[in-house]
Design a protein around this ligand. Sequence first.
Ligand SMILES: O=C(CO)[C@@H](O)[C@H](O)COP(=O)(O)O
Length: 232
Amino acid sequence: MEELKKEVWEANMLLPKYGLVTFTWGNVSGIDREKGLFVIKPSGVDYDVMKPEDMVVMDMEGNRVEGHYKPSSDTPTHLELYKAFPEIGGIIHTHSSYATSWAQAGRSIPCYGTTHADYMYGDIPCMRCLNKEEIEEAYEANTGHLIVNYFKESGRNPMDVPACLCKNHGPFAWGKDPHEAVHNAVVLEEVAKMAYRAEVIEPRIQPAPQELQDKHYYRKHGANAYYGQDTK
Ligand SMILES: O=C(CO)[C@@H](O)[C@H](O)COP(=O)(O)O
């Protein structure tokens, strides 16, 4: 697990490097599916002093099996996504300002151009805010359930749109490994910024033509992309 701890630590170090977080916000994890264990950032530890050996090792029941710090507060959300989607190898949560602004507004990010289409097929969905019971019962786990249920009910492939927004909270992104998850979080923030500015420039803006979205996504990802019925 030392190798995975180092990989997850390196991925977490990219959050401040790419300006995706301030202070101790956000977190990245990575999973070893053969061992049935995943590694996540420790809760509340400053990135400036964080070391690979500070990473926390968790099992698939949510128990800490190794580590001298508490695991990230968002660990239950990561766990639900790992359990539901076996193709996911790394997950990131940030408070990057443009994506978080769309999340706070409760809006999905439409695909307005090829930069978006190259990475995310269709709109980047925003999950509803959890209700009082869900918040009080288990906010982070229920956030994970909400994301999982969205993809299962919509039929959208989470690897075709490897990110989502959680209303009144912020973005989650994922990938085949922790570094790809970080890459997708950086793309998400850039796409969120471009989309906001495009709407300011032209409030009547419409999503990019479907054939342009298809061309760009298929060119990059092949024909496994599925475009769910829920997207306009
Ligand atoms: O979303 C939140 C808090 O709103 C968390 O992601 C914090 O931003 C980071 O918490 P830890 O990973 O340090 O527990």
